[in-house]
Design a protein around this ligand. Structure first.
Ligand SMILES: *[C@@H]1O[C@H](CO)[C@@H](O)[C@H](O)[C@H]1NC(C)=O
Ligand SMILES: *[C@@H]1O[C@H](CO)[C@@H](O)[C@H](O)[C@H]1NC(C)=O
Ligand SMILES: *[C@@H]1O[C@H](CO)[C@@H](O)[C@H](O)[C@H]1NC(C)=O
Length: 263
């Protein structure tokens, strides 16, 4: 039993070290950075390098923000914002922020890797947005407890929505999601409309589940102090939407309870 506990603890620590913490001397936790500087990176729903300048502007505007300026991007970079993907920012400029020099990214340079003002605004890149505040559809949430709901709730949500909520609580805390209401267009694989939950600061790693239909999902508990929720609706059929509550709690309390279980 002791071995089991040790393995479980090791697994937890390893997972935590990969998902957030120091890597190459940089504190990788974009939520912390977003909160500090309000700058974040987005790509298109279709994947990397798919946004024209006009579309890039629309992505930021949709979330209540604007394209980041060079100064905002640089301010974020100075506190550790490091992304290896070129994106549009203010006034049709393209580039990306590099903190730590690497051969694979940024030509071994440090700073804003600047592709300059693009004459051709139909080129396709990612985007860097600036938004220090949260909005009904998504945002960066740092409260100890908060209700999150689909846009317009309890009215039906609209077509073609995409919202990201990044939850970040204190270091050492964990997050519990509790679903209160759930009604999202149903299909077998949840391909049309869905809510996705990630046990990480982005929607790339830590996939924890994709939900649709009207079955109330079970509680979800994070392994660390960050979580990402992504809500997406397609161009047809809408439904009542969802409402959930997140609560932060002290991780030490929780793992103590688990340790008792395993012993
Ligand atoms: C502008 O960029 C697009 C996308 O890369 C390309 O298809 C188009 O030919 C370019 N236009 C000019 C005038 O170079
Ligand atoms: C959680 O941890 C914080 C800081 O370590 C402490 O001040 C607080 O009292 C703790 N809360 C509970 C419920 O134990
Ligand atoms: C852990 O157990 C204590 C008492 O046994 C309880 O008060 C606390 O709520 C539990 N914590 C969690 C996260 O379940």
């Amino acid at each position: 039993m002791r071995v089991f506990t040790l393995l479980w603890t090791l697994g937890f620590l390893l997972k935590e070290a990969q998902a957030w913490g120091f890597k190459n001397g940089i504190f990788h936790n974009s939520i912390w950075l977003e909160q500090a500087a309000g700058v974040y990176h987005r790509e298109s729903r279709k994947g990397r390098y798919q946004l024209t300048y006009k579309e890039a502007k629309a992505v930021c505007k949709y979330e209540g923000g604007t394209l980041a300026t060079y100064e905002q991007l640089e301010a974020a970079r100075q506190i550790g914002f490091h992304v290896c993907a070129a994106g549009w920012f203010d006034k049709g400029r393209v580039g990306y922020p590099i903190v730590k020099a690497g051969v694979k990214c940024g030509f071994g340079k440090v700073g804003i890797i600047d592709y300059g003002y693009r004459l051709n605004k139909s080129e396709r890149w990612d985007v860097y947005c600036y938004n220090p505040n949260s909005k009904e559809c998504g945002g960066v949430l740092t409260d100890q407890q908060k209700i999150i709901q689909s846009p317009g709730f309890p009215e039906e949500y609209q077509d073609e929505q995409i919202c990201y909520w990044h939850i970040r609580v204190r270091l050492g805390q964990r997050i519990r999601l509790r679903f209160l209401e759930f009604d999202v267009e149903d299909d077998m694989a949840c391909l049309a409309d869905y809510l996705e939950v990630y046990d990480s600061y982005d929607d790339v790693s830590g996939f924890a589940g994709r939900f649709c239909g009207d079955y109330l999902p079970d509680d979800i508990i994070s392994t660390g102090n960050v979580m990402t929720l992504k809500f997406l609706s397609d161009a047809s059929v809408i439904a009542g939407g969802f409402q959930l509550e997140y609560t932060a709690f002290n991780a030490s309390l929780f793992s103590q309870n688990h340790t008792h279980y395993f012993h």
